[in-house]
Design a protein around this ligand. Structure first.
Ligand SMILES: *[C@@H]1O[C@H](CO)[C@@H](O)[C@H](O)[C@H]1NC(C)=O
Length: 468
């Protein structure tokens, strides 16, 4: 049912290959040739086509038969009709129990210098409980200086060769495009205020390119997921889907080292609109982009992140206007209707926040779950790293001091070893003496238990002491 990518000689390259399998479409238009040449050509094409099919079927077992549309490689008579595909889009609207209706999800992940996180991300993919064969994967790799692409290909290949049929995902696409992002990818530069508007606009473009290339008429849902999520429920797709909203996001926090308080709200881009923010927006230039979560814009918006109660009902919903991009489940119809990630100032917002606003503006439901939390990876900031180094040094210094102190004490003990043994002997002698004396002192006291002698006993006590 879902053989889109590698048919009809279009220019998608099979994973890991060069252009070996790509057959140019113009070679398949023999209509103007004389009959003889045509027959020759068809024979050649037949051979090439058969070879191609064998190779494709060998590498992509999930493309195997039961199908309609290998028109160009079968007989010329039905080539025309079978390349026509029919889709009823009313069947892919998205429902609350998509896994029962076999609704397909397009899982989109924009990647930039993401190699360190990819293995963890694939761990998450494998753990998803939503039927994997209903999940298509699409990655956009842009502006990366590390080996993201190479590693991604390897991991996808591993996934594809996994013998467990439950581990077979649907279509997997890697799209590559740079957007000229010059901001450094380190935590400081990425999260600095000055970099935000530009960064958000090129992120928006990346998302739009990715989605427009990967969204098929068969998709009911689109799930956006960042690679640097550390912990998330395996059932997250079903959990979000059950709410049957057009756009829905969980709460996103991150764990912190103990000395920083243990945990912290992470994604501040999911929020509800406020009067203050609207008034602020009115004062800004048309092209201005408000980025949430920075002191520079005091918007006083209720943030999804701050409303979290660890013991709250995870199903509780909150209407929101801006959404964060760490983990968004949206019905595909939202995008089909024209809602996208604005790479310009839409109502003074861009990217996912602008997406939330645009969806809302078009009448779609946009919801956040304040008590359903996933955890973003903690990446220490430059300050944190400095602080941790200081703490480490302090610890070392303390340890060294302790060690020096202990050595000093040992030395002192050594020096006074003999006298101290002497002292021990003296002490035990003294103790013996004291015990003897106590025995003597105790004897008269035994009379004390006899009531009629109480007075007497009291009288005797000082005498006993004097005797010693
Ligand atoms: C996937 O599940 C296994 C088994 O429960 C677990 O050990 C592993 O940490 C999970 N991976 C991720 C990335 O959560």
């Amino acid at each position: 049912m879902y053989r889109h990518a590698y048919q009809n000689g279009n220019a998608a390259y099979p994973l890991g290959g060069s252009g070996t399998f790509s057959i140019q479409p113009h070679k398949f238009q023999p209509r103007s040739h004389p009959l003889k040449r045509r027959r020759q050509l068809m024979t050649r094409l037949g051979i090439v086509g058969t070879l191609f099919c064998i190779i494709v079927f060998f590498f992509f077992p999930n493309l195997r038969p039961g199908g309609t549309s290998f028109g160009l490689f079968s007989s010329p008579e039905d080539s025309q009709i079978e390349t026509v595909r029919y889709y009823d889009l009313s069947n892919v609207q998205g429902t609350a129990r998509g896994w029962e209706r076999e609704e397909r999800i397009l899982l989109c992940a924009p990647l930039r210098d993401a190699a360190p996180h990819l293995p963890m991300f694939f761990g998450h993919l494998k753990n998803l409980t939503y039927p994997h064969n209903l999940i298509d994967l699409a990655f956009l790799v842009g502006d990366s200086k590390d080996n993201t692409i190479t590693l991604l290909k390897e991991l996808l290949e591993d996934l594809r060769q996994n013998p467990d049929p439950k581990m077979q995902f649907g279509e997997m696409s890697i799209l590559e495009k740079d957007f000229g992002q010059k901001v450094n990818q380190d935590v400081e530069s990425r999260h600095g205020f000055a970099a935000q508007a530009g960064r958000r606009k090129s992120m928006a473009q990346a998302r739009n390119w990715l989605l427009s290339a990967a969204l098929r008429p068969t998709h009911s849902w689109v799930y956006w997921r960042d690679v640097d999520v550390e912990t998330a429920p395996f059932t997250i797709l079903e959990d979000l889907m059950r709410h049957n909203k057009d756009v829905i996001v969980p709460n996103v926090w991150r764990p912190l080292p103990d000395w920083l308080g243990g945990e912290q709200p992470y994604d501040l881009n999911s929020w509800q609109e406020s009067e203050t923010a609207l008034a602020l927006a009115d004062t800004l230039d048309e092209d201005a982009v408000i980025v949430e979560g920075y002191a520079e814009y005091a918007t006083w918006r209720p943030h999804l992140a701050y409303l979290r109660d660890p013991y709250g009902d995870p199903d509780m919903e909150m209407e929101i206007d801006g959404v964060g991009g760490v983990s968004i489940l949206a019905k595909a119809k939202v995008f089909r209707s024209g809602v996208h990630f604005p790479a310009f100032s839409f109502e003074k917002h861009a990217e996912t926040e602008g997406f939330g606003k645009m969806a809302k503006r078009m009448g779609f439901s946009v919801v956040g779950l304040p008590h359903y939390t996933i955890w973003h990876l903690y990446e220490p900031s430059v300050d944190d790293i400095r602080h941790m180094e200081e703490m480490e040094q302090e610890k070392k210094k303390k340890e060294e001091e302790e060690k020096a102190k202990k050595e000093r004490m040992d030395k002192i003990k050594d020096t006074f070893d003999t006298p101290s043994r002497q002292w021990e002997e003296d002490k035990s002698k003294l103790q013996n003496l004291a015990q003897d004396a106590k025995k003597v002192a105790d004897e008269p006291k035994k009379q004390v238990v006899q009531p009629d002698k109480i007075v007497e006993a009291r009288g005797e006590e000082p005498e006993a002491k004097v005797e010693k």
